[in-house]
Write a protein that binds this ligand. Structure first.
Ligand code: ADP
Ligand code: MG
Length: 239
């Protein structure tokens, strides 16, 4: 079986000289299809750096990142851009919705960048919006939606088409706990349908949706656990 995401002994230093920060110091992980891995750790421990490397937004100083078995270092810039648009979905804490585009246009953006015509992209965008329970919101602009709805648009954009690797950096940061839980449910559903996902989170409750939790400290994996108990399992256990 090929891992959807593989990091092998990855090192990454930001900045130079006195200001250099060794953000990742030899990180090795793999994430299979059907697997949701949560990454936890203190602020500055390298979580976002790890996610950026996984998505080909940044490259390691040494070590190798492979997506669907392809070493990213072997890809041309054009191939890498194609892989980012086609195979990888991102959800960032800052939503990065384009304010002048409607919800459907925002969701369709990665498809259109990938060369899908607007006419073909529209139904795919509507399907992704339906998946996040925003049917009927396709023609709203971001400022006509609540924060939670905007976040779900961002999730739909990350899931649109059939992205095999979903990377989420504290995607529930700005959300109330109920909406946050809904976002996790969506991520879990997409993973159960065959994607692989990496979720950076501060909340143990959200990490409870993961198959595995990786703890980072100062750029090193210090611990890995199996699944944490999910809230509903805790409830069942105490019922
Ligand atoms: P986390 O997401 O866990 O908070 P980051 O991966 O953002 O951690 O950052 C890890 C370390 O690298 C921190 O010390 C941070 O200040 C530093 N860092 C991250 N990005 C940059 C950058 N572009 N330039 C300089 N230092 C950076
Ligand atoms: Mg971060």
């Amino acid at each position: 079986m090929t891992a959807i995401l593989e990091l092998r002994e990855v090192h990454r230093t930001h900045g130079k000289g006195e200001a250099a920060v060794h953000a990742l110091r030899g990180v090795t992980i793999d994430v299979q299809a059907g697997e949701l891995v949560a990454v936890m750790g203190p602020s500055g421990s390298g979580k976002s750096t790890l996610l950026n490397l996984a998505g080909g937004l940044d490259s390691p100083d040494s070590g190798e990142v492979l997506v669907e078995g392809r070493p990213l270092s072997s890809l041309s810039r054009k191939e890498l851009a194609g892989l980012r648009r086609h195979s990888v979905g991102y959800v960032f804490q800052a939503l990065n919705l384009v304010p002048s585009l409607t919800a459907a246009e925002n969701v369709a953006l990665p498809l259109e960048l990938d060369g899908v015509s607007a006419r073909k992209a529209r139904p795919l965008a509507e399907a992704a919006l339906a998946e996040v329970e925003l049917s009927g919101y396709a023609d709203r602009f971001p400022d006509e939606m609540s924060g939670g709805q905007q976040q779900r648009v961002a999730i739909a954009r990350a899931l649109v088409g059939q992205r095999r690797l979903v990377l989420a950096d504290e995607p529930t940061g700005a959300l109330d706990s109920q909406t946050g839980e809904a976002v996790l449910r969506l991520l879990r559903a997409r993973v159960d349908a065959g994607a692989a996902a990496v979720l950076v989170t501060h909340e143990a409750r959200h990490a409870g949706w993961a198959d595995r939790v990786i703890f980072l400290r100062d750029g090193v994996i210090v611990d890995t656990s199996g699944p944490l108990a999910r809230p509903e399992q805790l409830l069942e256990a105490t019922a």
